[in-house]
Design a protein around this ligand. Structure first.
Ligand code: SF4
Ligand code: SF4
Length: 307
């Protein structure tokens, strides 16, 4: 209910501030999709709970990509956002980036990545849901290089080539198609190569460059109840982003890592029901993550506990 009220507020605010009634329907649809996920999360048995989130990904991801992108002919990729900013057009893509990726993370953290992204919508269906090896420490730099290259490309097109794209044109559609095709090819290829569905999110996607700024201060985060937790380490084993949840618990903090995508996998897997999503005020400055180079101890900790 809280989510629906928040999205209803965003829907009314964007409608009244822009004068476009489209935004009222747009954000209400997104709010309803997330509520469907929440309701399924409550109703489904533990084993099937991830389907609530996946259905939300499909409802929102397909709507954004197919309806706004393909039919609306807006380049929803990050290059499209940069271009709309230069053009001074407050398009659906601009609104999407501002709400979902710049301001939204102050409230929802990186829940976009868990519940709505059209790239992750496909990646999460692949078979490598758990990467207990940990993540590769220095691969993460690729996402910042990607961000810089995308911005650089648009700067060259704008200032050097002096080209001005036509809003909602076939050219934009080609940008969108090409960009997404490249994302899917790299994302699926990396998932199989590294045996990790979320490898693209950890290393290549440029979007977290924007999201991680607001997500540090996110009101919504994951919390471990110290009294219920028995340190079994299952939560760290199943975390698709390799967050060291127990290190935060040890410091009596919520999960402050901006790598957390609020996917609720840990919440739904904890055998002691010690993990929950809650709202509060704090800021995350350090990412405690399990890295492959450190020799992930997730498996060994698991062996020492009976769940
Ligand atoms: S990191 Fe990128 S690809 Fe992954 S879920 Fe977030 S926006 Fe989507
Ligand atoms: S800490 Fe929990 S909610 Fe966050 S990414 Fe890991 S499993 Fe998902």
């Amino acid at each position: 209910m809280t989510f629906f009220i928040i999205f209803l507020g965003i829907a009314v605010w964007t409608w009244l501030s822009t004068g476009y009634i489209f935004y009222l329907f747009n954000f209400m649809y997104i709010g309803i999709s997330i509520c469907v996920a929440m309701i399924l999360d409550i109703l489904l048995p533990r084993k099937h709970k991830p389907w609530g989130r996946r259905i939300s990904q499909i409802l929102i991801g397909c709507y954004m990509l197919v309806f706004l992108g393909f039919f609306g002919r807006e380049n929803m990729q990050i290059e499209g956002f940069f271009m709309f900013v230069f053009l001074g057009i407050f398009a659906a893509a601009t609104m999407h980036y501002v709400i979902a990726k710049i301001i939204g993370p102050l409230v929802f953290g990186r829940a976009w990545c868990g519940y709505a992204c059209w790239t992750a919508m496909v990646l999460d269906l692949l078979p490598f849901k758990v990467c207990s090896r940990g993540r590769y420490r220095y691969f993460g730099i690729i996402r910042y290089v990607h961000f810089a290259l995308s911005l650089g490309l648009i700067l060259i097109i704008w200032f050097v080539l002096e080209r001005r794209p036509v809003y909602q044109s076939t050219e934009e559609l080609y940008w969108l198609l090409a960009g997404n095709l490249i994302y899917y090819i790299i994302g699926i290829g990396l998932a199989f190569k590294l045996q990790d569905n979320r490898a693209f999110c950890k290393y290549v996607c440029p979007i977290p460059t924007l999201q991680k700024i607001g997500a540090k201060f996110s009101l919504m985060k994951i919390r471990i109840n110290k009294d219920k937790c028995n340190d079994c380490g299952i939560c760290e084993k199943v975390c698709p982003m390799n967050v060291k949840l127990l290190q935060y618990k040890g410091l009596n903090k919520r999960i402050l890592s901006t790598e957390c995508i609020i996917c609720s996998t840990c919440v739904n897997t904890c055998p002691k029901s010690a993990i929950s999503v809650n709202f509060g005020l704090d800021a995350g400055l350090i990412d405690f993550l399990n890295f492959a180079e450190d020799g992930s101890n997730i498996k060994s900790r698991q062996k020492n506990h009976t769940v």
